[in-house]
Design a protein around this ligand. Structure first.
Ligand SMILES: Cc1cc2nc3c(=O)[nH]c(=O)nc-3n(C[C@H](O)[C@H](O)[C@H](O)COP(=O)(O)OP(=O)(O)OC[C@H]3O[C@@H](n4cnc5c(N)ncnc54)[C@H](O)[C@@H]3O)c2cc1C
Length: 362
């Protein structure tokens, strides 16, 4: 009965999220073992209550009314490193703070996730949207995920290639939303690796430091520092003191357009077409959502109804002292603006609970 012993009623959700929005959860419990998780799920089903999983709350926006069900947090923490055929396998429990793991890996000279430094949230959520930054994403290093399948009550091990990873996408966010609870994650890390320098701003700063002359551990920790500095400059770190960081990070995905849709966009952009930052994508062209938002007439620092756009990043919507309703209204306006001006549909990146696509327009 451990999980149910920790079950609390009417728990405010806003403080459990980085954007500090949302009303109370009817019930909330932190679960530490598979037995506690199973018990909490059986209890919720018995009561006919929906369940929402929560990690660090850095990619979740709860409704102002709160959640009329059970919010479950997988709280088991800790990680191990083991050598295996020239690589090192790191197994981490879902409740571990992701950045603690990155810090420990880089400090050991293990490469592969150094550019993912400073991403807020839990290890268990990283496969959900295949977190990525500065040219790396978790899918590249993920060996397997151990997950509790809610329908069967069984623990399954899913290989990386079974996770349906794409750009900020996976089966856990798509077709199998709500099917699995991720318990732990295994990553393949590379000893004595050179840091990844695939992103211009990182590469330039690393070159200025003379990164080529540094030993692997020093080079990896230097790149971690560079990434953390860059992120701080954009308010993209969890920082309670920074009002621009009261966000969920990027609110919109960069749209991936087919070559045909991209040609149509270029036509609509006219003389501005060459100014739009674009990146190659497997299925077409990825266009900078931040640039489209700016070109559609929205600007950093803009405020309305207690919410606004970050002063430091056009993709981050921030909560000053507003509400989820105001946030989604602003998001809807931005979506409509970009759609009307450029014919491009921006998709929200965070998980909006309960999800109702009508609330973010257009
Ligand atoms: C300032 C800031 C910067 C950010 N920068 C980046 C970035 O650079 N790149 C990037 O990709 N993301 C970024 N994000 C988004 C966010 O940090 C990531 O998506 C992160 O992985 C979310 O982790 P979390 O534990 O906070 O997830 P939560 O918000 O708690 O949950 C997110 C989703 O995962 C599900 N989930 C959580 N735990 C589990 C579990 N154990 N099993 C199954 N499902 C689970 C939840 O149900 C929910 O659907 C940023 C966010 C902020 C606030």
């Amino acid at each position: 009965m451990k999980a149910l012993q920790t079950l609390r009623e009417q728990v405010p959700l806003a403080p459990l999220t980085t954007i500090h929005l949302g009303g109370p959860a009817r019930y909330f419990a932190a679960v530490r073992t598979v037995a506690e998780l199973a018990e909490a799920l059986v209890w919720s089903d018995g009561q006919g209550l929906p369940v929402q999983l929560l990690g660090g709350g850095s990619n979740t926006v709860f409704a102002d009314e709160g959640f009329a069900g059970v919010v479950l947090q997988v709280a088991a923490r800790g990680f191990t490193f083991r050598e295996r055929s020239g690589d090192v396998v790191c197994v981490a429990r879902a409740g571990t703070e992701w950045d603690d793991l990155v810090a420990a890996a880089t400090a050991r000279g293990l490469g592969g996730i150094e550019c993912l430094s400073g991403i807020p949230g839990s290890v268990g959520a990283t496969p959900v949207q295949n977190v990525g930054a500065y040219g790396q994403e978790v899918a590249e290093r993920l060996l397997w995920v151990r997950a509790f399948e809610r329908e069967t009550g069984k623990v399954r091990q899913l290989k990386g290639e079974e996770c349906g990873f794409g750009y900020r996408q996976s089966r856990f966010k798509g077709a199998d939303r709500d099917r699995f609870v991720i318990l732990s994650v295994a990553l393949r890390l590379s000893p004595d690796a050179s840091p990844h320098l695939g992103y211009r701003e990182v590469a330039e700063r690393a070159a200025n430091l003379g990164i080529d002359r540094l030993a692997p551990v020093e080079a990896l920790t230097a790149v971690r520092r560079i990434v953390l500095e860059l992120r701080r400059g954009k308010s993209m770190l969890r920082d309670p003191e920074d009002e621009n960081a009261r966000s969920v990070g990027s609110f919109f995905l960069n749209p991936v357009l087919s070559l045909q849709a991209f040609a149509a966009l270029r036509e609509r952009l006219g003389p501005m077409a060459d100014a739009a930052p674009v990146y190659p994508a497997p299925d077409g062209v990825k266009v900078s959502a931040a640039w489209l938002i700016g070109a559609a007439g929205f600007h950093r620092g803009q405020r309305q109804g207690g919410v606004g756009i970050s002063q430091r990043h056009a993709l981050a919507l921030v909560n000053r002292d507003g509400s989820t309703r105001a946030l989604l209204a602003l998001a809807g306006e931005i979506r409509r603006g970009v759609w009307e001006r450029f014919g491009v549909q921006l998709q929200p990146e965070p998980v909006i609970v309960p999800y109702d696509p009508r609330r973010v327009g257009p």
